[in-house]
Design a protein around this ligand. Structure first.
Ligand code: WT7
Length: 625
């Protein structure tokens, strides 16, 4: 791998506070206690960490409330400061101050309570990117209800399975949402999702299109209630469930707690983004994913920051939309994905806008190629802004590896996420769990608990243990490959498991395969990733059809309906048979090699080596189609 001279990018901002790393490494629990004290607690904890491997409870009996820390604490000094500068896809805008946000949240908490929602109850939220989405989340947090936000691009079947699994009795949705100038009929999808379930729907009027109201439905605008105060909750009280893809067909309900999670996102946000009162922060993530939970909703509000929230597609009406927003609001800190950066690069738009307000850039969600990094540095940051490449996961709650301009100056290397966050102990190990030497690929593991770590998987402690804690005893298994260089910089090398990252969205191959084989004419299927210039990865699906079937054209629709449009394969290739071992296991490695035009490698374990040429021929034909 080509690595630029580090000195070229030595552009840290602030003080060099090395004492943070030293104290964090020697006494990590008391280090995190110090960080936790930067939030407001109703009463202190008696023990900082209860660690019953693999279950960690941080600041367990301390009493805290997320919405109180996001809103109430700012009222004295910042009630008139904008919390959210919202930009609609149609160019409309809304400006919501900390004072107004508190009012909205307090009231909606009252509404939820009037619908019977109590502490510990789950509330599903299926909303587009509008301010009412954070309002609904914070209202849940205010009364100790557990929110589960469902990305507004998911299908009715995905929404339904999440509602059923979480046991949500209230669903907050909207009449529709704007996406690329069209309206996504969220209410219609929600109706299908909750049919025959005992669920009350609160419907926000966003598009004001005509919708069908059922007896279970209540219009947001017609619900009034007195505002509620934040209730003190135990630090380990669950804050939210967020479903994410794993290696099986059933998404995992990642469960996060309160005090530890808030501590983690609060500290990492300040360290990575060096946030100041005058900043205007913009993160392009949808709140339906973890980046939106941690670094659109919770961390910026905990820090009393002003941020821009954008409703629509980043390339609507054209690819310059993001640059227009950066210029219009004078954004100072910009946090986005490699896919969005590649899109900007393709459009060339940064060169025609005034981006001089920017001072810090971030990237997240997938490995960033060094050439894309350099383009981001030169054309968006104009060689003035450090780039923080932040590695983390839905499960980790907050950043785990990143440069931290807020506390230290280090040379950056394009394509490396640099070093571990203070207080976090990560290793890169081989199959047997031994640390690998520099420049050797290994599995990324975390060796001790950290405050933002998931509590468990909702309703499934055994899957939690199995998925994360069984492969390397005592260590959290991330599912990512990584390596270190001689300067101890970490380079992330992609997933080691059957999880894909398409435009930064996490999708399990098993979910797509499950959908494909649910089609009555499909006998078998196997899915793998292929490189994509824009989205990083794209999906290739190989299917074996039943005798006489001809349904290739229906299959994209099947996946769209079962999972959602983000999971629709770019290539669907009908093959006469799949390469299998003698015991019947599909060799995806071979499919991937064929789809990526790579060396096929060892085929000695194949039951029938002829399958390789069958698939190759079919794939070549499929590309011509
Ligand atoms: C997976 C987690 C992190 C919040 C958004 C995604 C990949 C994430 C990076 C990065 C290389 C990255 C990993 C990880 N990933 N950030 N900076 N460099 N890869 O959260 O949907 O849970 O996905 O995203 O493969 O395991 P997620």
């Amino acid at each position: 791998m080509h690595i630029l001279l580090a000195e070229e990018y030595d552009i840290g901002l602030n003080c060099n506070d090395h004492s943070i790393r030293e104290s964090a490494d020697s006494e990590y629990v008391s280090f995190w206690e110090g960080e936790a004290r930067k939030l407001e607690w109703f009463s202190p904890w008696s023990r900082a960490l209860e660690w019953n491997l693999p279950f960690a409870r941080w600041f367990k009996d301390g009493m805290i409330n997320a919405s109180y820390n996001a809103l109430d604490v700012h009222q004295k000094s910042k009630s008139a400061k904008p919390a959210i500068l919202w930009e609609g896809e149609d160019g409309s805008s809304r400006r919501i101050t900390y004072g107004q946000l508190l009012e909205m949240v307090g009231q909606f908490a009252g509404v939820l309570a009037s619908l019977g929602v109590k502490k510990g109850d789950r509330v599903a939220i299926y909303l587009p990117m509008v301010p009412e989405l954070p309002v609904a989340m914070l209202a849940c947090a205010r009364i100790g209800a557990v929110h589960t936000v469902i990305f507004s691009g998911f299908s009715a079947a995905s929404v339904r399975s999440r509602i059923v699994d979480s046991g949500s009795r209230v669903l907050v949705t909207a009449d529709g949402g704007y996406r690329r100038g069209k309206i996504i009929p969220l209410k219609e999808i929600a109706d299908e999702a909750v049919s025959h379930l005992d669920v009350t729907c609160v419907v926000l009027e966003r598009t004001n299109q005509k919708i069908h109201m059922n007896p279970r439905d209540r219009l947001w605008s017609e619900l009034v209630a007195s505002p509620l105060d934040a209730v003190p909750l135990e630090s380990s009280h669950p804050l939210f469930i967020l479903y994410t893809s794993g290696t099986t067909g059933t998404p995992k309900g990642v469960l996060h707690g309160t005090g530890g999670y808030l501590t983690h996102v609060h500290s990492t946000f300040r360290w990575a983004f060096d946030i100041r009162d005058s900043d205007v922060y913009f993160c392009t993530a949808d709140i339906g994913w973890i980046t939106g939970h941690s670094y659109v909703v919770y961390a910026p509000l905990l820090c009393g920051a002003t941020q821009v929230m954008y409703e629509g597609a980043p390339d609507y009406p054209d690819a310059s939309r993001i640059c227009q927003i950066l210029q219009k609001y004078g954004i100072t800190i910009f946090y986005t994905t490699p896919t969005a950066i590649r899109m900007l690069a393709k459009s060339g738009s940064p060169d025609t806008f005034d981006l001089s307000s920017l001072r810090l850039l971030g990237t997240v969600g997938e490995p960033i190629n060094p050439s894309v990094w350099r383009w981001y540095y030169e054309h968006v940051g104009k060689k003035r802004c450090p780039i923080v490449d932040t590695w983390w996961q839905t499960e980790t709650g907050g950043m785990m590896i990143s440069a931290l301009p807020g506390i230290e100056t280090i040379p950056l290397k394009p394509g490396s996420a640099t070093h571990y966050i203070p207080g976090i102990d990560i290793a890169i190990v081989d199959e047997e769990g031994r640390s690998v030497p520099p420049h050797t690929r290994g599995h990324l593991v975390v060796k001790r608990p950290w405050p933002g770590m998931l509590l468990t998987l909702w309703g499934d402690d055994s899957r939690y243990k199995e998925a994360y804690w069984s492969r390397y005893p005592g260590c959290y298994y991330s599912g990512d490959y990584a390596m270190c260089d001689d300067d101890k910089y970490v380079w992330l090398l992609g997933r080691a498991d059957d999880v894909l990252k398409v435009a930064g969205h996490r999708i399990g191959t098993a979910e797509i395969e499950g959908s494909l084989v649910s089609h009555p004419q499909v006998a078998e299927s196997a899915v793998c990733a292929i490189p994509d210039n824009l989205k990083g990865q794209a999906i290739a699906a190989f299917v074996v059809l039943k005798e006489g079937a001809d349904c290739r054209r229906d299959l994209a629709e099947t996946v769209r309906r079962d999972v959602g449009s983000i999971a629709v394969p770019k290539i669907i290739c009908v093959v006469p048979r799949l390469p299998k071992t003698r015991s019947g296991k599909i060799l995806r490695r071979i499919l991937k090699a064929i789809a990526c035009g790579e060396e096929i490698g060892d085929t000695s374990t194949l039951e029938d080596p002829g399958a390789v040429s069958d698939v190759s021929v079919a794939f070549a034909r499929c590309q011509v189609d």
